[in-house]
Ligand binder design. Structure first.
Ligand code: AMP
Length: 224
C-alpha cells in the first residue's frame, strides 16, 4: 500500500492546485483539505460561518487568519488526517498562517511544500475557462466539460462558474497572492521544505512531477 503523505500545495490562482490536489489525495489515499472548498460548503448550507464569509469570498478578499487556522486545526485533528496525512490546498496564504501551521504540525512530519509554477497569462486563461462542481469541488473547463449537460461526472452535482471567477475578483485575488502568499515561497525555501514544480502541460505530467518531488524528498530523508 502507498504510504500516506503530509503535503502543502502552493500556487497562484489558476495554477491547477485544485486539480492536482484531488489526484494527489487519490494517489496517497489521504484527505484533500481545501479551505476554499470548506468555506464554499459552509456558504451552500447557509451556516453562520457561510453567511459571515460570503461577501469577502465573492469579492476575492482574504478571510482572517484566526478563522482559517481554527478551521484547519479542527480538520487536521480528525482521525483520517492524523492517521495518514493530508493534501493541504489554499492554506497557508499568509506568513502568519504558515507560522501557525508549523506550530500545529509535529516537527519533522511535513513531507514537502510543492509550489506549482505557471505564468500569470496562462493562469488567467485557465481561470476564465474554469467551471466547478458546487457539490464536490471537482474542476472542469469550457474546453473539457463534464460528459452530460454540466452535471459533474463524479457526483452528479451542478457544474458552474465560481462567484469569484469574475474579472474584478480574479484581479484582486492575484494581487493578494503576489503580496501575501508569494512570500511564502522564500519562507519555505529558507526552511528547506520547498520544491518548485513546473505546472505547464497535461495534468498527468504535473502530477508525476509532484509525486517525484515528494519521493525524492523522502529518499533524502530531509523532512522538517
Ligand atoms: P480558493 O478556493 O482556495 O481559491 O479560496 C477561495 C476564497 O476563500 C479565497 O479567495 C478567500 O476569500 C477564501 N480563503 C480560502 N483559503 C483562505 C486562506 N487560507 N486565508 C484566507 N482566505 C482564504
Amino acid at each position: 500500500m502507498v504510504p500516506g503523505v503530509r503535503l502543502v500545495v502552493l500556487g497562484k490562482q489558476g495554477a491547477g492546485k485544485g486539480t492536482q490536489c484531488v489526484r494527489l489525495s487519490h494517489h496517497y489515499v489521504v484527505p484533500h483539505i481545501s479551505t476554499g472548498d470548506m468555506l464554499r460548503a459552509a456558504i451552500k448550507t447557509g451556516s453562520a460561518l457561510g453567511l459571515k464569509v460570503k461577501e469577502t469570498m465573492d469579492s476575492g478578499g482574504l478571510l482572517g487568519d484566526d478563522l482559517i487556522m481554527e478551521m484547519v486545526a479542527d480538520r487536521l485533528s480528525e482521525p483520517d488526517a492524523r492517521a495518514r496525512g493530508f493534501i493541504l490546498d489554499g492554506c497557508p496564504r499568509t506568513t502568519l498562517q504558515a507560522e501557525t501551521l508549523a506550530e500545529l504540525l509535529k516537527p519533522g512530519t511535513l513531507d514537502l511544500v510543492a509550489d506549482i509554477e505557471v505564468p500569470t497569462v496562462q493562469a488567467l486563461r485557465r481561470l476564465a475557462a474554469r467551471r466547478v462542481c458546487i457539490d464536490c469541488g471537482v474542476n472542469y473547463s469550457v474546453s473539457s466539460p463534464p460528459k452530460v449537460n454540466w452535471m459533474c461526472d463524479v457526483c452528479g452535482g451542478e457544474v458552474v462558474q465560481r462567484e469569484d471567477d469574475t474579472e474584478e475578483a480574479i484581479r484582486r485575488r492575484l494581487e493578494l497572492y503576489e503580496r501575501q502568499t508569494a512570500p511564502l515561497i522564500d519562507w519555505y525555501e529558507s526552511r528547506n521544505q520547498l520544491a518548485k514544480v513546473n505546472g505547464i502541460g497535461p495534468p498527468d505530467g504535473v502530477l508525476r512531477r509532484i509525486i517525484r518531488a515528494v519521493e525524492e524528498r523522502r529518499a533524502t530523508g530531509t523532512r522538517r
